[in-house]
Ligand binder design. Structure first.
Ligand code: LRH
Ligand code: MN
Length: 388
């Protein structure tokens, strides 16, 4: 049995970053459903994110997405977040929602369009300077829909050129996280479709360039924890965009569709001693709550990460390694399953009480009256959304 205090210490130090866009209205190409009380500004999004931290104690930062979270004064936004007990975290660039980007952004055949996209990426580093953020996260929708539409290698050269320019702009303590995605919105090639392509670009750039693993961005059946183990071994795992899916990039609550996969992923993280801040892995949620209430869904998601992490921390690594080196297949599998089948909810309830929090953050929030308050207050104005 793993040392209880060590497990609690690791859980107390866990950090899960929340996506500002999870608090706004979101949906699919078929419909974006609106909800009452949704924030109208990045300031209100920060207030909602602070509620998740208030009840979980392990979500002290909110990632922003530019221009969805564009404000006149980013220092003021960071100060407002601070007043609410959180900080502004990862800055996400957005070069996928402008008509000019139909054929791509930094990979576009037209140098004028590439220049426009690069300008936005560099402006996002200016935002990081203002908010004190460490990480710039880059996801490119760039790709093609038909064979022959453009040259695959030429697009890679254009991408490398833009990434180099951004890399040179980064400050000493800043990083760029390159996210890959198999497909959508492009349906023939995607210019950063998999971990290998992202890793190649990161290695070509330097140590400040790391790979982001979005758990919804793989082909069905891909063993994500294998990718995680390989990137950790190469010291190139910069972060996760946690969510879950049954089919494609569904962006459902992390752990909802496949809690066992989330456990296997966090087992690799714990085993590599990369759970804490020193591990350099940014644990972010990237989700859209199309039909469910957003703040409770974020709280439930953080709890799902905590539960999978607690189970991973309970794996008896000595017994596992002993069984593995003895070739004891079933014995080794049983060590992992024992941890996975452990009900860790009482342990987490105790942890929260030790942290001065309610044992069940989800119930505590529902009973707080905050949802009713924001529905009453947030009348008028334009509810935040993807603006797709
Ligand atoms: C792309 C993605 C990316 C974000 C967006 C909100 O699918 O995962 O991380 O920019 O979702
Ligand atoms: Mn993502």
């Amino acid at each position: 049995m793993q040392d209880r205090d060590a497990v609690l210490e690791a859980l107390r130090g866990q950090r899960v970053e929340l996506p500002s866009w999870a608090f706004g209205n979101s949906g699919t190409r078929f419909k974006v459903f609106t909800q009452p009380g949704v924030p109208r500004t990045p300031f209100e999004k920060a207030e909602d994110a602070a509620q998740v931290h208030k009840y979980t104690g392990v979500a002290p930062s909110m990632a922003v997405h530019i221009p969805w979270d564009k404000v006149d004064d980013y220092e003021a936004l960071a100060a407002h977040a601070k007043r609410n007990g959180i900080s502004i975290g990862t800055v996400n660039a957005n070069v996928f929602q402008d008509d000019d980007y139909k054929l791509g952004s930094v990979c576009h055949p037209d140098p004028k369009v590439r220049q426009k996209a690069l300008k936005h990426l560099l402006e996002c580093v200016d935002v990081m300077d203002a908010t004190g953020s460490r990480d710039l996260k880059l996801w490119f929708a760039d790709g093609t829909n038909y064979p022959g539409q453009d040259d695959i290698s030429a697009r890679q050269n254009r991408l490398a050129q833009a990434l180099r320019a951004v890399y040179e702009r980064l400050g000493a303590d800043q990083r760029m996280l390159l996210e890959y995605k198999l497909f959508e919105p492009s349906f023939y090639t995607t210019d950063v479709p998999d971990w290998g392509t992202s890793l190649l670009h990161c290695v070509a750039l330097g140590d400040k360039a790391q790979v982001v693993v979005d758990t919804g961005h793989h082909a069905p059946g891909v063993n994500i924890e294998f990718i995680v183990a390989v990137l950790l071994r190469a010291k190139r795992l910069g972060g996760f965009d946690f969510n879950s899916r049954f089919y494609a990039d569904d962006d459902l609550m992390v752990g909802a569709a496949d809690p066992f996969q989330l456990f296997r992923i966090l087992h690799e993280v714990v085993k590599a001693d990369a759970l804490g801040a020193a591990g350099g892995v940014a644990f972010m949620l990237d989700q859209c709550h199309n039909i469910e209430p957003k703040i409770p869904a974020q709280i439930r998601s953080v709890m799902n990460v905590q539960e999978a992490t607690a189970k991973a921390l309970l794996v008896d690594l000595d017994a596992l390694r002993e069984a593995q080196s003895a070739g004891d297949v079933l014995g080794a599998n049983a060590v992992l399953m024992d941890a996975y089948n452990t009900d860790v909810r009482p342990l987490l309830a105790d942890l929260r009480q030790e942290m001065g929090l309610a044992p069940d953050p989800y119930r505590a929030y529902l009973g707080s009256g905050y949802a009713e308050k924001i529905i009453a207050e947030r009348v008028g104005g334009t509810a935040a959304g993807w603006g797709a």
